[in-house]
Design a protein around this ligand. Sequence first.
Ligand SMILES: [Zn+2]
Ligand SMILES: [Zn+2]
Ligand SMILES: [Zn+2]
Length: 387
Amino acid sequence: SFPVTFSHQNRNYGVVNPGFVPTAEGTPAMFAPPTAEGPSAPPASMFDSMPGYEGTIAGGGGFLPPPMPAHPLPVPEPGPEQPHWTIPSISEDTAREAFVLFASSKCCYSKAPAKDGVITNMEAFNTYRYRLETFNETRSTEWNHEPYKGQPVDAYSQPPPGPWDIPTKTPTFFVDDKDIVKVPYTSSVKNCHACVGMGRKPCKDCAGAGNKVCWVCNGSGYRHGDDRCNHCSGRGRENCSHCQGQGSRTCEVCQGKQQLLVYIRLTVKWTDNTDNYVVEQRSGLQANNLSSVSGKELFRDTQYMVYPVIGFPDPAVVGAAQRLVSEHQAKYSQTSRILQQRQTIELIPVTKVTYLWKGKSHIYFVYGNEFKVHADNYPATCCCSVM
Ligand SMILES: [Zn+2]
Ligand SMILES: [Zn+2]
Ligand SMILES: [Zn+2]
């Protein structure tokens, strides 16, 4: 009633799985008694050879490189004009307000130094962050199965389309996403390997007996000499609660359907791969603080393939752009399909503020669009370890 091809030469297992003896109606004719610990992984013989998908295995993971492009890739070209780069700064008031907020957010910091400290110097250590994003698509296939409930069976009605020719949903650029589809013309029906087509498996808890030794009397039927065990009414055995005394349980692989729909599953993943480069600034503020803040966006360029930014006044940014663009192309164009790239340059404001408090000089930093503050050795803290 359905196309069945079985390999009786199961080289991986050395024996022919007796569960795969085909019969006309799909009912198992001769099979060895299933073991309680039946194989969970389907045998390789379960998977037919599909043209274009020969290397596909169960459990998956193997990505498929995209075919060579039919036309040469377009060579990215430099943009027409480069924007004008300016360097903003913050005011004393902004610095002080940010510092007061910072002090209030700490349970044990007195606000006095932040409020009453006298700012003696403000120095800008503004820096740049170059960011390159490559939005790419990867495709991988694996053999999969699910309980057969009458799904369409289409294997062999025509050759399956190539993995990169299968239509999927349309992703939103730069948003990670995933799509899983059945590869057309690969679905067939096979007897369930886990229960050898029976739909049920012996219960593990009672080894198929349906009952087990009474735990109260340990099988004797009696307690304290002549008292009959009232838990098992003197039988010495009790029904297995896991299988309700039946000795077998519904096979979880085929959900009792006895047959499986076996097919090749295609997994399509869209990933936004991001790399950042922050130009080193010599303010004394650790660069890792800057990853949590945003800056003012000076430049944004979105294309199929970007050309490394040129003409930017800071040569460190230009160098980083060249390095990252070539790294991304080497990394993502071989094993995946690049769909879109985006490069941005942000100016991240960093201000080092020096202030006087009780005759002593201290410093703090205000950075990012968020006016985040970093201050080592804040001068008025009490100990409050109990929180
Ligand atoms: Zn008992
Ligand atoms: Zn049982
Ligand atoms: Zn089964």
